[in-house]
Design a protein around this ligand. Structure first.
Ligand SMILES: [Zn+2]
Length: 293
């Protein structure tokens, strides 16, 4: 039934549509951002799953007076950010821009073979509105931040969330890259950050610092837990999230702990081995003197 979505203005040239998607609690929606200049728009992310759900988005674009789309942009390949882009472009044709490192995976989600999936440029000019696409990996290898210059608004995909934290991990997340991308947000000092899930973030620099601190605290917890001997990822999840009912988030907690362990091993403070008879990978702490030799 069209007419269910209501756009909310989040900055002078940007509107937000919260589109229902099967995403992790506490969110049941993924944000679509519409950068407009008059009747022309650039649409960022859309997770609408069915032609009916995409029709709701199109009905709202129409109600807003948008006559044409100059480009679609995906912050990253995950299905809750990309599935709807193919469906929208069937009705309002325009190229879909995505970073080359996320192309192959995105193609699985944007199923319609006729869509025009292209390599993301570094900038898009929408009449008077300049938009820059910044490669900020971490959540995925090709993750993009979209900077709407006149508004000093930064669409941050799944690198920040309206509330809580985000998951980083396999198959294509990288914790070290994620830290660098959080620092980049701080350096860019946007006035507002627009996350893939939840409300706009009014102090992006502070939010990025807080998330970085949270991740570094987790790394310290992991290293501390390993002081008593080698542990598996599952054992570490039990220790780090002790007493918390994770439900469907358990899988993503595991991935995040794994990404932390990979990062710690890249830094030389954690090692891994599969010598135990059960052949499960266990991680151990590498003392500083050891890592220097
Ligand atoms: Zn994602």
């Amino acid at each position: 039934m069209p007419g269910l979505l209501h756009a909310k203005r989040v900055s002078p040239n940007v509107l937000k549509l919260a589109v229902p998607t099967p995403t992790l609690p506490p969110f049941g929606e993924t944000n679509t951002y519409v950068v407009c200049d008059g009747g022309r728009a650039v649409v960022i992310d859309c997770g609408a799953e069915t032609p009916e759900a995409a029709a709701d988005v199109l009905a709202e674009l129409q109600r807003l007076g948008i006559q044409s789309v100059a480009a679609y942009v995906a912050t990253h390949h995950h299905v809750d950010h990309t599935r709807g882009l193919g469906l929208l472009s069937a009705s309002m044709p325009a190229p879909i821009y995505i970073h080359p490192l996320d192309h192959a995976a995105a193609r699985q989600h944007v199923r319609d073979g006729t869509v025009d999936l292209r390599v993301a440029p570094t900038a898009i000019q929408l009449s008077g509105v300049e938009i820059r696409l910044l490669h900020c990996p971490g959540h995925t290898r090709g993750h993009l931040h979209v900077w709407v210059l006149p508004d000093n608004a930064l669409v941050v995909g799944d690198h920040l969330a309206g509330t809580g934290s985000v998951w980083i991990g396999p198959p294509d997340g990288h914790m070290g890259d994620y830290y660098a991308s959080l620092k980049r947000v701080e350096e860019l000092a946007p006035e507002i950050a627009l996350p893939g899930h939840g409300d706009a973030i009014s102090d992006p620099a502070q939010a990025s610092r807080a998330l970085l601190e949270r991740r570094l605290l987790r790394e310290r917890q992991i290293v501390d837990a390993l002081a008593d001997g080698p542990l598996t990822v599952d054992e570490l999840v039990d220790i780090v999230y002790r007493g918390r009912e994770l439900g469907p988030a358990l899988e993503f907690a595991k991935r995040t702990i794994f990404a932390h362990l990979e990062h710690l091993s890249e830094q030389g403070s954690v090692g891994r081995s599969t010598v135990a008879p059960d052949l499960r990978t266990r991680y151990h702490r590498i003392l500083e003197e050891e890592s220097l030799t």
